[in-house]
Design a protein around this ligand. Structure first.
Ligand code: C2G
Length: 138
């Protein structure tokens, strides 16, 4: 059984998140997603639109996700890797190099981010003029 794990806020769930999960899930038999709690987001300097419970519910509904756990602090990854017998830790390449120390415990992969979409861009676009993501904004 190859178990994969990833971590993130996953606010305003979008196709960039889905594509990350799809690629990670294809690497093994089970994908665990650690969703940042509201308290941890505050430490990350992030204010999510949806609460932890709402974001966890949405992520859990994704067909590529087998289990959701809370991410409460930066340092939990090593413990999680041992606790859940993780084969691969994966995350978007905006984090490239940040978690290389975990490679003593499991494979570490950085996957290309999906361009043109982010929770922040969605928020900004709706605040500006509400132009749908699929329209090139003037
Ligand atoms: N992502 C992506 N493509 C996008 C947007 C996001 O592949 N267009 C990926 C990011 O690279 C990350 C994951 O989706 O791997 C979640 O992104 P965020 O919700 O922004 O999470 P982040 O703030 O990066 O938190 O301990 C790790 C942190 O909790 C990661």
């Amino acid at each position: 059984m190859k178990t994969i794990i990833t971590y993130g806020t996953f606010d305003l769930f979008h196709y960039g998140h889905v594509r990350l999960f799809k690629r990670l899930r294809a690497m093994g038999d089970k994908l665990i997603v650690a969703v940042s709690t509201d308290e941890f987001n505050a430490l990350k300097g992030k204010a999510a639109f949806f609460s932890y419970l709402q974001r966890a519910e949405i992520v859990e509904a994704c067909q590529y996700v087998d289990m959701v756990i809370p991410e409460t602090h930066w340092g939990q990854k090593a413990k999680d890797i041992c606790k859940y017998d993780i084969s691969t830790f994966g995350i978007g390449d905006d984090w490239k190099g940040e978690f290389d120390e975990l490679s003593v415990l499991c494979d570490v992969v950085y996957l290309g981010r999906t361009g043109e979409i982010s929770s922040t861009e969605i928020k900004n676009s709706l605040a500006d003029n509400g132009a749908p993501a699929n329209e090139t904004r003037k």
